[in-house]
Design a protein around this ligand. Structure first.
Ligand code: UDP
Ligand code: MN
Length: 564
């Protein structure tokens, strides 16, 4: 891979940046906060805007974060050629390592000014069998889009990859001066690979990234400023989505707060009303997503780094998040820092004979940090109760030494609304059992619902109408009634997300209709096919009248008060 003309342009931008610094004292005055730059000269273009404009000029495959679409023949041919190789690296090779991305930040971000003095960073990227051009695009995006002087070094931790050795070494040697590769002598797993990187890092801030990312415009200052203001603040970027087949770059959403349910699946909570008023300002978040965050080196080691007893993958984001908060730190998401991430290319991991490592990891987190709340996790994950967590005395010592607060404090002050969405004790359902329409009851059938004769022995005829206003299949509790946009508003089953929307249904005690606010329609069925659909509401037709086996009228009245 050779440098292209874009690299030269990049250097021109940097030169432009230096000359801008030279002008600072003449053209701009420092006001109020003496460290914060204020722009008086309207003609001035910041290096950030210059970069955006330069990027807009670029043309080529995948530029501006656009999809690469191959013909089905090309795909079939490539699949044949590559055989065991995953397909998407071929697409990655078609895209410039310096490709442009859309500036999808909130418009206020362009106006933001950051402290003129920020700490420098060691960027730590563990990788296990990552493809070269994906890894190098990650590194270039970091270097291309960071103000000079802030990236002290990039540390690539090769976690016993089967490939990506010699070509990586020579590429790095040829192109970079501040990129290092570390290699363990055995498979470390993601957590210990990050620790190895951190031990070798000499920057003031540790910035962890996955090996398949693209850092977007001016991503770095928003991650560093909150740390410059308080070294115990940990900062996460907004994570954008890079499609693993087409490399399309898009926003996931406009941000949410990180959380978990009591299976320890990562979940998200809405941003508070107050935080929504300042869409470009960092907001507090209870739990990090895990892979992408910045923490001061000092605070990371005061917290004892990660628990080294955590194996391979899983639970480390909870361990670090809980101890950051409980031991006197803070965690925020910075909306003006956006980093794209390719999701789901690697799982499931080869376990390397480590067995049930996820439950063991969770148990370690639970016994050290969660106090009496651990019980709620064990209830949902019985294996956690019995698995041996190993020696956790070091972790408990840290908790004691730093005089960390109890988990009940975390739940009350930090994850204050988590229980509204993911209650530790599931409230009894508003209604449950079969959902009966006259002589029929419906059940799941190949993703569609049809009415079927009632049969108490069929578990797929048992439902629960929960306090979230969703209707769940009682046996699994992870699948909910949903409505398909594409199939004439047919009733379908989809993973429960607990966030209302298409999974919200309002049962009326008086009319017996099941109303679906998102479509403004009611549950009905087709008398020929017996399939279930949403249809315009008509409280007078019997095909829209439903009853549950068991119903808690008082609870329904309480929760659905307004809607009755
Ligand atoms: N990783 C690693 N060793 C492992 C597993 C993962 O170094 O045993 C790296 C992986 O290459 C990636 C990061 O850790 O850079 C996070 O893993 P992944 O992206 O697969 O997790 P996900 O993003 O799916 O949660
Ligand atoms: Mn990843």
């Amino acid at each position: 891979m050779r440098r292209n003309s874009i690299t030269i342009l990049k250097y021109l931008i940097f030169i432009g940046f230096f000359s801008f610094i030279g002008h600072l004292t003449i053209q701009y005055s420092y006001k109020e906060n003496s460290d914060r730059l204020q722009i008086n000269d309207l003609d001035y273009k910041s290096p950030e805007v210059t970069t955006i404009e330069m990027e807009q000029q670029k043309t080529g495959p995948g530029e501006h974060g656009k999809s690469i679409r191959l013909s089905p023949e090309d795909v079939a041919e490539k699949r044949r050629q590559l055989q065991s190789e995953p397909f998407s690296p071929y697409v990655s090779d078609m895209i410039s390592l310096h490709r442009s991305l859309p500036d999808n930040r909130h418009p206020d971000c362009r106006k933001k000014k950051y402290l003129s003095k920020l700490p420098n960073v060691s960027v730590i990227i563990p990788f296990h069998n990552e493809y070269l051009s994906i890894l190098m695009r990650t590194v270039w995006s970091i270097l291309d889009r960071s103000p000079p002087g802030l990236v002290h070094e990039v540390i690539l931790v090769d976690d016993f990859s089967k490939y990506c050795k010699e070509p990586l070494d020579s590429y790095v040697k040829k192109h970079f001066t501040n990129v290092r590769i570390l290699r363990g002598t055995e498979r470390l797993g993601l957590i210990r690979a990050r620790i190895l990187g951190a031990r070798n890092a000499t920057g003031e801030v540790l910035l962890f990234l996955d090996c398949h990312c693209e850092a977007n415009v001016n991503w770095l200052p928003p991650l560093l400023e909150p740390i410059a203001e308080d070294y115990k603040t940990v900062v996460c970027p907004f994570i954008d989505v890079i499609d693993r087949e087409t490399y399309n770059y898009r926003a996931q959403d406009e941000g949410m707060r990180g959380a978990f349910d009591w299976h320890f699946d990562y979940k998200r909570l809405p941003i508070t009303e107050e935080d929504r008023k300042h869409p470009s300002e960092p907001f507090k978040s209870p739990v990090m997503a895990g892979g992408l965050f910045a923490i001061s080196t000092k605070w990371f080691w005061e917290l004892g780094g990660y628990d080294e007893g955590l194996e391979i993958w899983g639970g480390e984001q909870y361990e670090l998040s809980f101890k950051i908060w409980q031991c006197g730190g803070m965690m925020v998401d910075a909306p003006c820092s956006r980093i794209g991430h390719i999701y789901g290319r690697h799982s499931p991991f080869d376990h390397d004979g480590k067995g049930n490592f996820v439950d063991k990891n969770y148990k370690r987190v639970a016994v050290v940090w969660m106090d009496e709340y651990a019980e709620y996790l064990y209830k949902r994950r019985p294996k956690c109760r019995t698995v041996d967590p190993g020696d956790v005395s070091e972790q408990k010592k840290i908790r004691e030494k730093l005089n960390c607060k109890p988990f009940s404090w975390f739940m009350k002050e930090v994850a204050f609304d988590l229980q509204n969405y993911y209650p530790a004790v599931e409230p009894t359902p508003l209604a449950s059992g079969k959902i009966i329409n006259e002589d029929f009851t419906h059940r799941e059938k190949a993703g569609r619902f049809t009415l079927q004769p009632c049969n108490d022995k069929i578990s797929l005829q048992k439902f629960e109408y929960t306090f979230r206003k969703d209707i769940r299949l009682a046996t699994k509790h992870v699948n909910c009634f949903d409505v398909s946009h594409s199939q004439d508003e047919a009733l379908t089953l989809f993973g429960c997300h607990g966030q209302g929307g298409y999974q919200e249904f309002i049962y009326s005690l008086s009319t017996k209709t099941i109303f679906h606010p998102s479509t403004n329609h009611c549950l009905d069925y087709d008398s020929e096919s017996l399939e279930l659909f949403m249809k315009p509401c008509d409280k007078n037709i019997s095909s829209q009248k439903w009853k549950f086996d068991n119903i808690d009228e008082a609870e329904i009245k309480k929760i659905l008060n307004k809607e009755q």
